[in-house]
Design a protein around this ligand. Structure first.
Ligand code: ADP
Ligand code: MG
Length: 437
């Protein structure tokens, strides 16, 4: 398109960094040297693990957060406060419960100084477009999740933004509702009926990105950086079962696991101390043993393709990667080129009785999760055989934000309890040896 090359870019992000204060008073670098351009006529996806800084980048573009350094520019002008022509759809819908659908949608126009009659006309058109016809006077609580998110879309579209920002807009919806909404949007987009020029969409779902986007920027974590850019030139409507579609999903899975492989090897080689800083997300020992059993059984026999496994367990990309990484950290499985493969220890675990499983789990915790070794050592050495959680929380906060330290500590407690490595008292937040001798 001629128009495209002549017009300035919609968004230019140049060498943007952003850090936030950590619990320990130092700064946590969340975005590092991010470059990104958005032009008219494209749907761009930002794909990354949770915590990789995707929402932060979106908020920078929406003018809600400033970069610590670097430049964020909208149509040639530095972004300072919400730029004109940029609207956002949130994961949590963010509707006003005391306003009707129509009032929620009109709200986006009040700030623009548009008169009441025009507001009404445009709001009704947006409501109609997005399939909410007949629900104008309903309140959000009377609507299903899918319908609520449609209101979220209508409210963003009613301002006719050049750029629509979407922060995981489908992730709070059930599988079928999410798919309907995705395909409705893509249909409207390809028919040229959406009053917008471009979309920037954040997601942690690989299939969603491949289904919807023209270009996917794969984010790496800690800190967030654009690791790869992938062009998707399949025509719409796209077919998830198309072999080329599957192959692209597979290869992105591969790329996203490659980096975690590299990271975990580095962590084990560094061994002493550094590994204490490994953040552990919320994964229960039940989920871990369930996944080991699934992998060991038919049809996998110890070796599964991640997208296939995610599909059959109805799990999101992020969840399955997260579980896979935990198994890898514990050396019960290995992530390799988009596959999850049980190790010899993983196969052994699958065939053991409960008590023997706990023992094996305990062994692996001590050997491969440095903070577990640390907790055991401190408990063994102290005459009281007890230690406050704060002792370890402080240490974790040297490496991660307060939230992550909290979550990591919760996971440690649940894994340690399962393995009977220690007891933990919630009230006093104290670790103790279960059977000191
Ligand atoms: P994503 O959207 O990819 O899950 P986010 O951008 O929400 O990631 O967060 C990235 C990191 O930045 C996380 O570690 C998060 O805790 C931290 N973070 C985000 N916003 C703030 C904030 N306002 N204050 C402190 N830390 C923050
Ligand atoms: Mg986010």
């Amino acid at each position: 398109m001629l128009e495209q090359s002549a017009a300035p870019n919609l968004i230019d992000i140049r060498s943007v960094c952003r850090s936030f204060p950590k619990g320990s008073g130092e700064n946590l670098l969340v975005l590092e040297n991010v470059d990104l351009t958005i032009r008219a006529g494209e749907i761009v996806g930002l794909l990354g693990r949770s915590g990789s800084g995707k929402s932060t980048l979106l908020r920078i573009i929406a003018g809600l957060v400033d970069p610590s350094s670097g430049e964020a520019v909208c149509r040639g002008k530095k972004i300072a406060g919400p730029p004109n022509g940029v609207a956002m759809v949130f994961q949590s819908f963010a509707l006003f419960p005391w306003l009707t659908v129509l009032q929620n949608v009109e709200l986006g126009l009040e700030a623009l100084g548009i008169d009441a009659a025009e507001r009404r006309t445009r709001a009704l058109a947006a409501i109609d477009l997005i399939g909410l016809d007949g629900f104008e006077s309903a309140y959000p609580k009377e609507l299903s999740g899918g319908m609520r998110q449609r209101v979220g879309f209508a409210r963003a579209l009613v301002v006719h933004p050049d750029l629509l920002l979407m922060d995981e807009p489908f992730s709070a919806l059930d599988v079928l509702t999410a798919e309907t909404l995705r395909t409705d949007l893509i249909d409207l987009w390809t028919e040229g009926r959406l009053p917008i020029k471009s979309v920037l969409m954040v997601t942690h779902n690989i299939e969603e990105a491949v289904l919807m986007c023209d270009r996917i920027l794969v984010f790496s974590s800690n800190p967030g950086r654009v690791a790869t850019e992938i062009k998707v030139d399949f025509p719409h409507p796209r077919n998830r079962l198309d072999p080329a579609f599957r192959q692209l999903v597979d290869s992105i899975y591969g790329r996203m696991t490659q980096r975690t492989e590299a990271k975990s090897t580095a962590a084990t080689e560094a061994h002493s101390g550094a590994g204490v800083g490994t953040a552990l997300g919320h994964v229960s020992s039940n989920e871990l043993s369930g996944l080991i059993e699934t992998l060991a059984g038919p049809p996998y026999s110890g070796h599964a393709d991640l997208p296939v496994l995610a599909g059959s367990l109805q799990m999101e990309t992020d969840e399955i990667l997260h579980l896979g990484e935990s198994l890898q950290l514990l050396r019960f499985a290995r992530l390799s080129e988009g596959d999850l493969v049980l190790t010899e220890a993983g196969l052994r675990f699958a065939n053991l009785e409960t008590d023997a499983r706990k023992k094996l789990f305990a062994e692996h915790l001590i050997n491969y999760v440095p903070v577990m070794g640390l907790i055991r050592r401190v408990l063994d050495e102290r005459p009281s055989h007890t230690a406050p959680a704060a002792r370890f929380r402080n240490e974790l906060e040297d490496y991660m934000s307060e939230d992550y330290a909290d979550e990591t500590l919760k996971t440690i407690v649940s894994w340690g309890r399962y393995a009977e490595l220690f007891a933990y008292d919630e009230q006093s937040e104290t670790f103790s040896l279960e059977n000191p001798h």
